[in-house]
Design a protein around this ligand. Structure first.
Ligand code: GLC
Length: 684
């Protein structure tokens, strides 16, 4: 529909219809019969009239092309102007073909893989008429006690921005709308406890937490989901500074904002709103367009407009964001993509999709330690042990449409490995101990106060060592775990995270050396709980650590250094990173560095460039990731990498959001991780 017709439609709508368009209800209410007052709707305080007006359905029942098509057609039929609903679902790291959790995919340092994941998961979900997904999640995370770190691309604002924008690109290639979340700074929840309050300065917002959202907005992401949190003590869902000043004015976002689940109604529990009516008034007036399942807008906005508490212009603005989103997706012309489940299912888990997921899993696993036991030599007498040897729980949280029946276990994958003589542990020389935390221990509402590697699993490894076995720990986790006690016991540690549908095959190939590990940590692994939060880009201190010195920033009972730094990862070969050289001109900086494969196997690594302006009124991180490049080199091969960095990429923002550009000397650090780097400097 053209813009003129869209505005004509808006003018023809009643206040109730417009309020309805701003309302998202569970699909189960409609598929339970849109006007069946005895159906699920009664649980939500909905009536047949309000249900019929809804603008969007959150897909809370398993994907089924026929059922979703019928729900769409029921709403179109019941709507006074037959406006199609937009269907949204959490397609976060795959649909039926499940990719590694985003924290793992971040370890690939390959945004192209995120784009390809976006294409695969978008196409698969659209087969069931899903129009939009609540992804990418771009929360910067520093506290592994928080269960939702699994959903993020990690601790680096730049990496979250690159992976998030690439996911949006992939979704668009498939034809699906994205929704960048959670706006903003949800990852700062106090003590890592989910939904706990955050306290964040505007300076930190501008420098760390907002850039990934800006990157997604620049990529054309259609929606932004407000966070459950509060900034400046004003809940994000009714925070005008966030929703209008920053998102609309500063970032130029012209899409649709949506609340998180039932969040408008949560203004009441915050004591911010007296009741649902006031909650609706506060949120809509602050720029929050769509109400996910609070039913505040559909019940109260028409009256609020009549009473002058919400201007009709405000309602029209929000309603137009919804109509434009539907129009841009072509839903007025074709809201049902497919009615045939056979056709829908035929496009799931295709070989092409599996191959992409396999590549993602191969590049997401991180080799933390290897005393030479890996890759396993042909003929090795090996055994599989640990809870994950026979487990299908390899998908991780937020894999709504993944099926355990699709997941191959490690035992199944290795059973077909002819180069190994698989035995039980007693006869084996090498034990592949598949352990870690339970799949359900991370994700939403999965915060933990203890994240040490499980004592009972450590005891099993100790026993194996006492029996003279070599132990390879295949570690499954949705967060960084504390490995300090188990690490010395293991001859090798491969961090597999939750690797998805093709995880077992990827692990087999890595263990057998068909592919070399190449993942690099997207999040720091602390030495102990007491170090949390610990991350590579901590701000400078007035008293930086100096060995054997007192009255400096240190612990008296532990090192400042994490067990494994951000960006860390081993391969089956070794690389030499030369001394970088930085030049500055009017364009900015060019940093060149030579990399050579000094081992006897082909391999990939991720060369990371960090930077720090030496001088500036505002203190800055000791080093910030500013660029990265994955490279593959044959034995003895070397290459030169050139990084081009614009001064604006090194800007530091003050509390008013004003950029302070670097002046004078800028230090650059290059390496395969954030701790072991070689440096140079250049002057602006
Ligand atoms: C949840 C999550 C959000 C998700 C939404 C819809 O509470 O916070 O990430 O997209 O509700 O399921």
């Amino acid at each position: 529909m053209n813009n003129q017709d869209l505005h004509a439609l808006l003018r023809a709508m009643t206040l109730e219809e417009k309020a309805g368009q701003l309302t998202q209800i569970p699909l189960s209410v409609v598929s339970g019969g849109i006007c069946d007052p005895t159906g699920p709707m009664k649980n939500y305080g909905l009536t047949p009239e309000t249900t019929a007006l809804c603008g969007s359905l959150i897909c809370d029942v398993d994907c089924d092309a026929q059922e979703y098509a019928a729900a769409i057609e029921q709403v179109i039929e019941a709507q006074p102007h037959h406006i199609p609903p937009i269907l949204m679902r959490d397609v976060i790291h795959g649909h039926r073909t499940v990719f590694p959790i985003p924290l793992a995919l971040g370890c690939s340092f390959e945004p192209e893989l995120a784009r390809r994941m976006g294409v695969v998961m978008g196409r698969e979900a659209m087969g069931a008429n899903v129009h939009a997904t609540f992804a990418p999640m771009v929360d910067v995370v520093r506290d592994p006690r928080w269960g939702r770190v699994m959903e993020s691309s990690g601790e680096s604002s730049l990496l979250c921005a690159k992976m998030g924008a690439a996911t949006v690109r992939g979704l668009h290639e498939a034809g699906m709308a994205g929704c960048v979340k959670h706006y903003a700074a949800y990852g700062l929840c106090e003590a890592g406890r989910d939904y706990a309050p955050i306290d964040v300065s505007r300076t930190e917002m501008y420098n760390t937490y907002l850039p990934p959202f800006e990157a997604a907005v620049r990529e054309g992401c259609e929606m932004v989901m407000s966070s459950f949190e509060a900034v400046d003590r004003i809940p994000c869902v009714c925070n005008e500074w966030l929703l209008r000043d920053v998102l609309r004015e500063r970032m130029g976002f012209d899409g649709m904002t949506i609340s998180d689940y039932a969040d408008i109604s949560q203004l009441i529990s915050h004591g911010v709103a007296e009741d649902l009516r006031e909650a609706a008034q506060l949120s809509l007036n602050s720029g929050l367009d769509m109400d996910m399942t609070s039913y505040a807008y559909v019940q109260h906005v028409a009256d609020l407009v009549r009473e002058g508490k919400v201007e009709e212009k405000t309602l029209d603005e929000a309603c137009l964001h919804v109509l434009q989103l539907k129009n841009n997706l072509g839903l007025f012309e074709r809201a049902v993509y497919n009615r045939d489940n056979v056709q829908f299912r035929a496009k799931l888990l295709t070989k092409e999709n599996r191959d992409t997921a396999l590549e993602a899993a191969l590049k997401s696993c991180v080799l933390l330690k290897n005393d030479g036991v890996l890759p396993l030599a042909a003929g090795t007498k090996a055994a599989l042990a640990g809870d994950y040897a026979r487990s299908r729980t390899l998908m991780g949280h937020w894999s709504l449409d993944g099926r355990y029946e699709d997941i191959e276990t490690l035992e199944e994958a290795f059973a077909a490995e002819a180069r190994l003589s698989l035995a039980d542990a007693a006869q084996a020389d090498v034990v592949l101990f598949a352990g870690g935390e339970a799949e359900d221990d991370s994700g939403e509402d999965r915060s933990k106060t203890k994240i040490e590697f499980a004592a009972d699993q450590k005891a099993q490894i100790e026993q194996l060592k006492a029996e003279g076995k070599k132990v390879v720990l295949l570690l499954f986790a949705g967060r960084p775990l504390i490995l300090s006690e188990v690490l010395p016991l293991c001859d090798a540690v491969l961090l597999c995270w939750f690797p998805g549908t093709m995880g077992a095959q990827a692990i087999r190939r890595l263990v057998m050396g068909e592919e070399a590990p190449s993942g690099h940590l997207s999040m720091t692994l602390p030495r102990c709980m007491g170090q949390i939060p610990v991350h590579h880009d901590q701000l400078s201190t007035c008293r930086p650590f100096v060995p054997d010195t007192v009255y400096i920033s240190r612990y008296i009972d532990e090192s400042n250094d994490p067990l494994f730094p951000f960006g860390y990862g081993l391969s089956y070969t070794s690389f030499n990173v030369g001394t970088p050289d930085a030049r500055a001109d009017e364009e900015g900086f060019c940093v060149r560095v030579g990399v050579r494969n000094t081992g006897d196997a082909e391999g990939e690594t991720v060369i990371q460039l960090y930077a720090r302006a030496q001088k500036g009124l505002l203190i800055r991180p000791v080093k910030t990731l500013v660029a990265f490049r994955r490279v593959r080199l044959a034995p003895g091969q070397e290459m030169e990498i050139a990084f081009n960095v614009k001064p604006a990429e090194l800007a530091v923002y003050d509390a008013q959001g004003k950029a302070h550009m670097p002046k004078g000397e800028v230090l650059f650090f290059v390496g395969e991780n954030s701790a072991d780097t070689r440096s140079c400097s250049a002057w602006l």
